[in-house]
Design a protein around this ligand. Structure first.
Ligand code: KG4
Ligand code: ZN
Length: 347
Protein backbone atom coordinates (compact mmCIF):
# COMPACT_ATOMS: atom_id res chain seq x y z
CA UNK A 1 0.00 0.00 0.00
CA UNK A 2 1.34 3.44 -1.01
CA UNK A 3 -0.53 6.57 0.13
CA UNK A 4 -0.20 10.09 -1.25
CA UNK A 5 -0.47 12.70 1.52
CA UNK A 6 -1.40 16.33 0.83
CA UNK A 7 -0.97 19.22 3.30
CA UNK A 8 -2.21 22.77 2.60
CA UNK A 9 -3.62 23.99 5.93
CA UNK A 10 -1.23 26.89 6.51
CA UNK A 11 1.77 28.26 4.62
CA UNK A 12 3.43 25.06 3.41
CA UNK A 13 2.31 23.32 0.25
CA UNK A 14 3.46 19.76 0.92
CA UNK A 15 2.98 16.25 -0.37
CA UNK A 16 4.62 12.86 0.12
CA UNK A 17 4.33 9.24 -0.89
CA UNK A 18 4.59 6.84 2.03
CA UNK A 19 4.54 3.07 2.05
CA UNK A 20 2.58 0.94 4.54
CA UNK A 21 5.78 0.03 6.45
CA UNK A 22 6.57 3.74 6.98
CA UNK A 23 9.14 4.12 4.21
CA UNK A 24 8.96 7.64 2.79
CA UNK A 25 9.33 7.20 -0.97
CA UNK A 26 9.17 10.91 -1.81
CA UNK A 27 8.71 14.07 0.21
CA UNK A 28 8.23 17.61 -1.12
CA UNK A 29 7.59 20.84 0.79
CA UNK A 30 7.23 24.22 -0.83
CA UNK A 31 7.25 26.89 1.85
CA UNK A 32 5.45 30.17 1.12
CA UNK A 33 8.00 32.34 2.96
CA UNK A 34 8.48 34.40 -0.18
CA UNK A 35 4.76 35.16 -0.51
CA UNK A 36 4.17 36.14 3.15
CA UNK A 37 7.50 37.67 4.15
CA UNK A 38 6.51 41.22 3.22
CA UNK A 39 3.39 41.02 5.45
CA UNK A 40 5.22 39.66 8.54
CA UNK A 41 2.70 36.80 8.86
CA UNK A 42 0.50 34.43 6.85
CA UNK A 43 -2.20 36.11 4.70
CA UNK A 44 -4.93 33.46 4.24
CA UNK A 45 -6.06 34.53 0.75
CA UNK A 46 -2.48 34.70 -0.52
CA UNK A 47 -1.81 31.26 0.99
CA UNK A 48 -4.82 29.66 -0.71
CA UNK A 49 -3.86 31.06 -4.12
CA UNK A 50 -0.25 29.90 -3.73
CA UNK A 51 -1.42 26.36 -2.79
CA UNK A 52 -3.60 26.36 -5.91
CA UNK A 53 -0.66 27.40 -8.04
CA UNK A 54 1.98 25.04 -6.64
CA UNK A 55 0.17 21.88 -5.55
CA UNK A 56 -0.31 20.04 -8.87
CA UNK A 57 3.33 20.37 -10.05
CA UNK A 58 4.54 19.43 -6.56
CA UNK A 59 2.51 16.20 -6.61
CA UNK A 60 3.86 15.43 -10.08
CA UNK A 61 7.43 16.03 -8.85
CA UNK A 62 6.76 13.71 -5.91
CA UNK A 63 5.75 10.86 -8.22
CA UNK A 64 8.84 11.48 -10.35
CA UNK A 65 11.12 11.48 -7.29
CA UNK A 66 9.68 8.12 -6.22
CA UNK A 67 9.91 6.79 -9.80
CA UNK A 68 6.23 5.80 -9.67
CA UNK A 69 3.17 6.37 -11.81
CA UNK A 70 -0.44 6.81 -10.68
CA UNK A 71 -1.10 3.04 -10.79
CA UNK A 72 1.17 2.62 -7.77
CA UNK A 73 -0.87 4.99 -5.57
CA UNK A 74 -3.41 3.06 -3.46
CA UNK A 75 -5.14 5.98 -1.71
CA UNK A 76 -4.99 9.74 -1.24
CA UNK A 77 -5.06 11.45 2.16
CA UNK A 78 -5.44 15.20 2.65
CA UNK A 79 -5.76 17.61 5.57
CA UNK A 80 -9.43 18.61 5.83
CA UNK A 81 -8.88 20.75 8.95
CA UNK A 82 -8.21 22.48 11.22
CA UNK A 83 -6.51 25.33 9.39
CA UNK A 84 -6.92 28.33 7.11
CA UNK A 85 -10.07 27.31 5.28
CA UNK A 86 -9.14 28.51 1.77
CA UNK A 87 -5.93 26.50 1.75
CA UNK A 88 -7.54 23.45 3.34
CA UNK A 89 -10.21 23.46 0.61
CA UNK A 90 -7.59 23.63 -2.14
CA UNK A 91 -5.76 20.50 -0.87
CA UNK A 92 -8.92 18.58 0.07
CA UNK A 93 -10.65 19.29 -3.25
CA UNK A 94 -7.53 18.37 -5.21
CA UNK A 95 -7.32 15.06 -3.29
CA UNK A 96 -11.02 14.34 -3.84
CA UNK A 97 -10.55 14.95 -7.57
CA UNK A 98 -7.70 12.44 -7.64
CA UNK A 99 -9.74 9.93 -5.67
CA UNK A 100 -12.67 10.32 -8.09
CA UNK A 101 -10.56 10.14 -11.25
CA UNK A 102 -8.30 7.28 -10.13
CA UNK A 103 -11.06 5.38 -8.25
CA UNK A 104 -8.91 5.15 -5.13
CA UNK A 105 -10.00 5.79 -1.50
CA UNK A 106 -9.97 9.30 -0.03
CA UNK A 107 -9.02 9.78 3.62
CA UNK A 108 -9.81 13.05 5.42
CA UNK A 109 -7.04 13.87 7.87
CA UNK A 110 -7.18 15.99 11.00
CA UNK A 111 -3.94 18.00 10.84
CA UNK A 112 -3.42 17.68 14.61
CA UNK A 113 -3.84 13.91 14.52
CA UNK A 114 -1.22 13.78 11.76
CA UNK A 115 1.25 15.65 14.03
CA UNK A 116 0.28 13.29 16.87
CA UNK A 117 0.87 10.11 14.88
CA UNK A 118 4.24 11.24 13.46
CA UNK A 119 6.03 9.56 16.39
CA UNK A 120 4.62 6.22 15.20
CA UNK A 121 6.03 6.89 11.73
CA UNK A 122 9.49 7.91 12.95
CA UNK A 123 9.82 5.67 16.02
CA UNK A 124 7.07 3.01 15.75
CA UNK A 125 5.89 3.52 19.35
CA UNK A 126 2.77 1.86 20.83
CA UNK A 127 -0.26 3.55 22.41
CA UNK A 128 -0.76 5.00 24.96
CA UNK A 129 1.66 7.92 24.91
CA UNK A 130 1.69 11.43 26.35
CA UNK A 131 1.87 14.09 23.68
CA UNK A 132 2.82 17.73 23.71
CA UNK A 133 1.48 19.30 20.54
CA UNK A 134 3.32 22.59 20.16
CA UNK A 135 2.77 24.48 16.93
CA UNK A 136 1.90 27.90 15.55
CA UNK A 137 -1.82 27.46 16.17
CA UNK A 138 -1.90 24.96 19.06
CA UNK A 139 -0.43 24.15 22.42
CA UNK A 140 -2.01 21.08 23.97
CA UNK A 141 -1.12 18.15 26.19
CA UNK A 142 -2.92 15.01 25.07
CA UNK A 143 -3.11 11.43 26.13
CA UNK A 144 -3.09 9.40 22.88
CA UNK A 145 -4.70 6.00 23.47
CA UNK A 146 -5.39 4.92 19.89
CA UNK A 147 -6.05 6.26 16.40
CA UNK A 148 -8.92 8.73 16.83
CA UNK A 149 -8.70 8.41 20.62
CA UNK A 150 -7.21 11.49 22.30
CA UNK A 151 -7.95 12.99 25.70
CA UNK A 152 -6.99 16.61 26.18
CA UNK A 153 -5.29 17.13 29.55
CA UNK A 154 -4.35 20.76 28.99
CA UNK A 155 -4.49 23.56 26.45
CA UNK A 156 -3.52 27.20 26.11
CA UNK A 157 -5.95 29.75 27.46
CA UNK A 158 -4.58 32.45 25.12
CA UNK A 159 -1.68 32.23 22.63
CA UNK A 160 -0.16 29.06 21.17
CA UNK A 161 3.49 28.48 21.98
CA UNK A 162 4.66 28.88 18.35
CA UNK A 163 2.64 32.10 18.20
CA UNK A 164 4.53 33.33 21.30
CA UNK A 165 7.83 32.58 19.52
CA UNK A 166 6.61 34.38 16.38
CA UNK A 167 5.30 37.45 18.26
CA UNK A 168 8.46 37.77 20.36
CA UNK A 169 10.60 37.49 17.22
CA UNK A 170 8.47 40.17 15.58
CA UNK A 171 8.95 42.54 18.55
CA UNK A 172 12.70 41.96 18.21
CA UNK A 173 12.46 42.49 14.42
CA UNK A 174 13.95 39.08 13.68
CA UNK A 175 11.69 38.45 10.69
CA UNK A 176 9.20 35.73 9.85
CA UNK A 177 8.88 32.86 10.69
CA UNK A 178 10.02 33.80 14.16
CA UNK A 179 10.70 30.46 15.87
CA UNK A 180 13.80 29.39 13.92
CA UNK A 181 15.17 32.98 13.82
CA UNK A 182 14.74 33.36 17.58
CA UNK A 183 16.43 30.00 18.22
CA UNK A 184 19.41 31.06 16.10
CA UNK A 185 19.88 34.35 18.01
CA UNK A 186 19.44 32.59 21.37
CA UNK A 187 22.57 30.52 20.70
CA UNK A 188 24.70 33.65 21.24
CA UNK A 189 22.79 34.75 24.33
CA UNK A 190 22.83 34.21 28.10
CA UNK A 191 19.58 33.00 29.64
CA UNK A 192 20.63 34.17 33.12
CA UNK A 193 20.81 37.93 32.52
CA UNK A 194 17.06 38.65 32.59
CA UNK A 195 14.08 37.01 34.30
CA UNK A 196 10.71 36.45 32.65
CA UNK A 197 7.49 35.19 34.29
CA UNK A 198 6.18 31.64 33.96
CA UNK A 199 2.38 32.18 33.90
CA UNK A 200 0.16 29.54 35.57
CA UNK A 201 3.17 27.53 36.77
CA UNK A 202 2.46 28.31 40.43
CA UNK A 203 -0.87 26.49 40.29
CA UNK A 204 -1.63 22.83 39.62
CA UNK A 205 -3.02 21.72 36.23
CA UNK A 206 -1.84 21.31 32.68
CA UNK A 207 -3.10 24.50 30.97
CA UNK A 208 -0.79 27.08 29.43
CA UNK A 209 -0.78 30.85 29.15
CA UNK A 210 1.72 32.80 27.07
CA UNK A 211 0.19 36.26 26.74
CA UNK A 212 1.65 37.51 30.06
CA UNK A 213 5.06 36.32 28.93
CA UNK A 214 4.67 38.24 25.70
CA UNK A 215 3.76 41.42 27.62
CA UNK A 216 6.77 40.96 29.92
CA UNK A 217 9.05 40.64 26.85
CA UNK A 218 7.59 43.87 25.43
CA UNK A 219 8.22 45.70 28.72
CA UNK A 220 11.77 44.32 28.86
CA UNK A 221 12.44 45.49 25.30
CA UNK A 222 11.11 48.97 26.15
CA UNK A 223 13.27 49.12 29.28
CA UNK A 224 16.47 48.00 27.53
CA UNK A 225 16.01 50.00 24.29
CA UNK A 226 17.95 50.85 22.22
CA UNK A 227 18.89 47.17 22.01
CA UNK A 228 22.40 45.95 21.23
CA UNK A 229 22.93 42.64 19.39
CA UNK A 230 23.89 41.11 22.76
CA UNK A 231 20.68 42.39 24.39
CA UNK A 232 18.64 40.74 21.62
CA UNK A 233 20.52 37.45 21.98
CA UNK A 234 20.10 37.50 25.78
CA UNK A 235 16.34 38.22 25.52
CA UNK A 236 15.99 35.36 23.00
CA UNK A 237 17.90 32.94 25.24
CA UNK A 238 15.84 33.95 28.30
CA UNK A 239 12.56 33.66 26.39
CA UNK A 240 13.47 30.20 25.07
CA UNK A 241 14.58 28.99 28.50
CA UNK A 242 11.37 30.34 30.09
CA UNK A 243 9.14 28.66 27.49
CA UNK A 244 11.01 25.38 28.02
CA UNK A 245 10.51 25.67 31.80
CA UNK A 246 6.76 26.32 31.31
CA UNK A 247 6.40 23.28 29.05
CA UNK A 248 8.31 21.09 31.54
CA UNK A 249 6.19 22.33 34.48
CA UNK A 250 2.86 21.64 32.73
CA UNK A 251 3.99 18.27 31.38
CA UNK A 252 5.19 17.10 34.78
CA UNK A 253 1.67 17.76 36.10
CA UNK A 254 0.26 15.72 33.19
CA UNK A 255 2.62 12.81 33.91
CA UNK A 256 1.56 12.87 37.57
CA UNK A 257 -2.11 12.86 36.50
CA UNK A 258 -1.52 9.82 34.26
CA UNK A 259 0.35 8.05 37.10
CA UNK A 260 -2.54 8.80 39.45
CA UNK A 261 -4.99 7.25 36.98
CA UNK A 262 -2.78 4.16 36.45
CA UNK A 263 -2.18 4.88 32.73
CA UNK A 264 0.73 2.69 31.61
CA UNK A 265 2.83 5.43 30.01
CA UNK A 266 6.16 4.60 28.42
CA UNK A 267 6.71 7.47 26.03
CA UNK A 268 6.70 11.25 26.13
CA UNK A 269 6.27 12.63 22.62
CA UNK A 270 6.61 16.15 21.28
CA UNK A 271 5.16 17.16 17.90
CA UNK A 272 4.45 20.30 15.87
CA UNK A 273 6.74 23.06 14.62
CA UNK A 274 8.08 24.07 18.06
CA UNK A 275 9.37 20.49 18.47
CA UNK A 276 12.10 21.54 16.04
CA UNK A 277 13.61 23.76 18.78
CA UNK A 278 16.73 22.16 20.28
CA UNK A 279 16.45 23.87 23.69
CA UNK A 280 12.83 22.70 24.02
CA UNK A 281 13.83 19.17 22.99
CA UNK A 282 16.66 19.08 25.56
CA UNK A 283 14.41 20.30 28.37
CA UNK A 284 11.70 17.73 27.56
CA UNK A 285 14.28 14.96 27.27
CA UNK A 286 15.53 15.86 30.77
CA UNK A 287 11.98 15.64 32.11
CA UNK A 288 11.38 12.27 30.43
CA UNK A 289 14.59 10.81 31.93
CA UNK A 290 13.65 12.11 35.38
CA UNK A 291 10.21 10.49 35.12
CA UNK A 292 11.48 7.19 33.68
CA UNK A 293 9.92 7.75 30.25
CA UNK A 294 11.38 7.40 26.76
CA UNK A 295 11.46 10.73 24.94
CA UNK A 296 10.46 10.77 21.28
CA UNK A 297 10.82 13.78 18.99
CA UNK A 298 10.41 13.32 15.24
CA UNK A 299 13.26 14.33 12.92
CA UNK A 300 13.21 18.07 12.23
CA UNK A 301 11.72 17.83 8.74
CA UNK A 302 8.76 15.88 10.16
CA UNK A 303 8.13 18.37 13.01
CA UNK A 304 7.04 21.28 10.83
CA UNK A 305 4.11 20.82 8.44
CA UNK A 306 4.74 18.15 5.81
CA UNK A 307 2.95 15.67 3.56
CA UNK A 308 4.54 12.51 5.04
CA UNK A 309 2.64 12.93 8.32
CA UNK A 310 -0.62 13.25 6.38
CA UNK A 311 0.11 10.14 4.29
CA UNK A 312 1.07 8.23 7.47
CA UNK A 313 -2.14 9.27 9.28
CA UNK A 314 -3.94 8.02 6.14
CA UNK A 315 -2.14 4.67 6.41
CA UNK A 316 -3.01 4.35 10.12
CA UNK A 317 -6.68 4.98 9.27
CA UNK A 318 -6.76 2.76 6.17
CA UNK A 319 -5.19 -0.11 8.13
CA UNK A 320 -8.18 0.10 10.44
CA UNK A 321 -10.59 -0.07 7.49
CA UNK A 322 -11.44 3.64 7.52
CA UNK A 323 -12.01 5.80 4.41
CA UNK A 324 -14.07 8.97 3.94
CA UNK A 325 -16.77 10.03 1.46
CA UNK A 326 -16.12 12.75 -1.12
CA UNK A 327 -18.78 14.83 0.64
CA UNK A 328 -16.52 15.25 3.70
CA UNK A 329 -16.40 18.95 4.59
CA UNK A 330 -13.32 21.10 5.15
CA UNK A 331 -13.24 22.49 8.67
CA UNK A 332 -11.47 25.60 10.02
CA UNK A 333 -11.85 24.19 13.55
CA UNK A 334 -11.69 20.52 14.45
CA UNK A 335 -10.63 19.68 18.02
CA UNK A 336 -8.71 16.44 18.35
CA UNK A 337 -10.79 15.17 21.24
CA UNK A 338 -13.92 15.15 19.03
CA UNK A 339 -12.56 12.40 16.74
CA UNK A 340 -14.06 8.92 16.99
CA UNK A 341 -11.83 6.10 18.17
CA UNK A 342 -11.07 3.53 15.45
CA UNK A 343 -11.05 -0.07 16.49
CA UNK A 344 -7.72 -1.77 15.82
CA UNK A 345 -8.70 -3.99 12.90
CA UNK A 346 -5.56 -4.55 10.80
CA UNK A 347 -6.18 -5.97 7.35
O1 KG4 B 1 3.44 22.74 13.01
P1 KG4 B 1 3.78 23.98 12.26
O2 KG4 B 1 4.75 23.86 11.10
O3 KG4 B 1 2.50 24.71 11.72
C1 KG4 B 1 1.31 24.77 12.46
O4 KG4 B 1 0.51 23.79 12.37
O5 KG4 B 1 1.17 25.79 13.19
O6 KG4 B 1 4.36 25.02 13.34
C2 KG4 B 1 4.79 26.31 12.97
C3 KG4 B 1 5.25 27.01 14.24
C4 KG4 B 1 5.59 28.48 14.00
O7 KG4 B 1 5.03 29.27 15.04
C5 KG4 B 1 7.12 28.51 14.08
O8 KG4 B 1 7.66 29.74 14.52
C6 KG4 B 1 7.38 27.40 15.08
O9 KG4 B 1 6.43 26.40 14.76
N1 KG4 B 1 8.74 26.88 14.93
C7 KG4 B 1 9.68 27.00 15.90
C8 KG4 B 1 10.88 26.46 15.35
N2 KG4 B 1 10.60 26.01 14.09
C9 KG4 B 1 9.29 26.28 13.86
N3 KG4 B 1 9.61 27.53 17.13
C10 KG4 B 1 10.75 27.52 17.85
N4 KG4 B 1 11.93 27.04 17.40
C11 KG4 B 1 12.04 26.50 16.17
N5 KG4 B 1 13.19 26.02 15.74
ZN1 ZN C 1 1.12 21.88 11.91
Amino acid sequence: MIVLGIETSCDETACALVQEDGRILAHKVRSQLEEHHQFGGVVPEVAARAHLHFLAPLVQACLEEAGLDWNAVSAVAATTGPGLIGGVMVGATFAKGLSFARKIPFIAINHLEAHALTARLSADIPFPFLLLLASGGHCQILLAEGVGNYTQLGTTIDDAVGEAFDKTAKMLKLGYPGGPALEKRAREGKATRFTLPQPLCQIPGCDFSFSGLKTAVRQLIEKQSPLTAQDIADICATFQETVSAILVNRLSHAIEKCDGEAVLLQHLVVAGGVAANQAVRQALKGLAIKKGLIFVAPPLELCTDNGAMIAWAGIERLKRGHTDPLTTPSRPRWPLNTLKSLEEKIW
